[in-house]
Design a protein around this ligand. Structure first.
Ligand SMILES: *[C@@H]1O[C@H](CO)[C@@H](O)[C@H](O)[C@H]1NC(C)=O
Ligand SMILES: *[C@@H]1O[C@H](CO)[C@@H](O)[C@H](O)[C@H]1NC(C)=O
Ligand SMILES: *[C@@H]1O[C@H](CO)[C@@H](O)[C@H](O)[C@H]1NC(C)=O
Length: 350
């Protein structure tokens, strides 16, 4: 939304500019585009630096703070991101599987020009990693899971229909690491790397996490694959445990469980409960670790439930459900006692 708004602003300032130019001398005020605009890749697997120098002949506008309007996107994406800044650089993350394009112009705010904003022409820059290797050599089905917000594990499959040996390698970087780092502990099948167990990651949440899987082979070049995600969005918690089911009276049951052990704070969980009353099963969710459930019938004889957990929207944009917990059941033994055999049977198996 913000970008749309900015675009509308620009549009208006253009209108005003055009309107004024026919009646006043403001049309004479011109400013040059920024110089030496370039996209620099510091080797962080997608985190790029856009940088530029001030325009020529700025001395005419000494009293002015000039601004720059920067627009950039991955080639093929629909929308430009728009930034207005007084600085001479801007950093952001890009998908290096694709090219990057950017443009920038100088803005003179209205107080410098007696009323209307003046813009320079655009300076443009592009960047792409020259593609090596064929599409078939890229890894497939990359899957990364941050188990219990503690252990990151990624796995992949070798390129489609590749009949020669490829040694794949994984590199990762996030803000806080000095340089792109290679996976220290590969998961291997038949001597080929098909996954990575990451070491403990310090201060790595809520920021972009960049991965590149490239590789080498004796006979072919290998096409690298790039990935960007945020770790808090791929957390798969442990299932809850210590389930208890208390029948309060003929109308209500109380379900309770313990939140999974580990570093995930209690406020970050959502639980899904699958509750079965005799032959009826239904599902509900809660962010507490306890819930009251109204029985459908006061004569139901078996009540069971199980729970699974996920990181909720207060702590992440996305998440992966845990496995289901073990099931916890309650049986109406007073009913069962009518049949001695089945009562015995139940007592023995529980
Ligand atoms: C703005 O207007 C004033 C007075 O009309 C004039 O002296 C000044 O040169 C103008 N400034 C610019 C940048 O045109
Ligand atoms: C894989 O990527 C890393 C990090 O960018 C780089 O240092 C390494 O040389 C690349 N390996 C190959 C075989 O291209
Ligand atoms: C169940 O509910 C019905 C109707 O509300 C009531 O007549 C009956 O006594 C209740 N049975 C038990 C076991 O509480």
């Amino acid at each position: 939304m913000a970008f749309v708004h900015l675009d509308v602003l620009c549009f208006y300032s253009l209108l005003i500019c055009t309107a004024f130019s026919s009646v006043s001398s403001n049309a004479e005020i011109k400013v040059n585009p920024p110089q030496d605009f370039e996209i620099v890749d510091p080797g962080y697997l997608g985190y790029l630096c856009l940088q530029w120098q001030p325009p020529l002949f700025l001395d005419k506008f000494e009293e002015c703070t000039i601004e720059y309007e920067l627009k950039y996107r991955n080639i093929d994406s629909e929308d430009w991101k728009t930034i207005i800044t007084k600085n001479l650089h801007y950093n952001d993350g890009f998908d290096l599987n694709k090219g990057v394009e950017a443009k920038i112009h100088t803005l003179l705010p209205p107080h410098c020009t007696n009323g209307s904003e003046v813009q320079s022409l655009w300076s443009e820059a592009t960047y792409w990693k020259s593609p090596q290797g064929s599409q078939e050599t890229k890894i497939q089905e990359m899957d990364c899971v941050y188990y219990n917000w503690q252990y990151l594990l990624c796995s992949w499959k070798p390129g489609m229909g590749v009949h020669f040996h490829i040694s794949y390698q994984l590199f990762y970087w996030y803000d806080g690491l000095d340089h792109a780092t290679q996976c220290p502990d590969y998961i291997k099948v038949d001597g080929q790397n098909i996954g990575c167990r990451f070491p403990h990651l310090e201060a790595s949440d809520y920021k972009d996490f960049y991965i590149c899987v490239n590789g080498s082979s004796d006979s072919h070049s290998i096409r690298p694959s790039y990935f960007i995600f945020q770790l808090q969005n791929i957390v798969k918690p442990l299932p809850p445990d210590y389930l208890s089911l208390t029948v309060k009276n003929s109308e209500e049951v109380n379900l309770k469980w313990s939140m999974p052990q580990g570093p995930i704070p209690a406020k970050c969980f959502i639980y899904e409960i699958e509750f079965t009353e005799d032959d009826t099963t239904w599902v509900t969710t809660t962010v507490e670790n306890e819930i009251r459930i109204a029985r459908i019938s006061n004569e139901s004889q078996q009540l069971c439930f199980l729970v699974r957990s996920k990181v909720n929207i207060y702590c992440s944009d996305d998440g992966i459900w845990s496995e289901w917990s073990d099931q916890q059941c309650w049986k109406d033994l007073s009913e069962e006692k009518r049949s001695l055999f089945s009562s015995r049977h139940i007592l023995l198996t529980e």
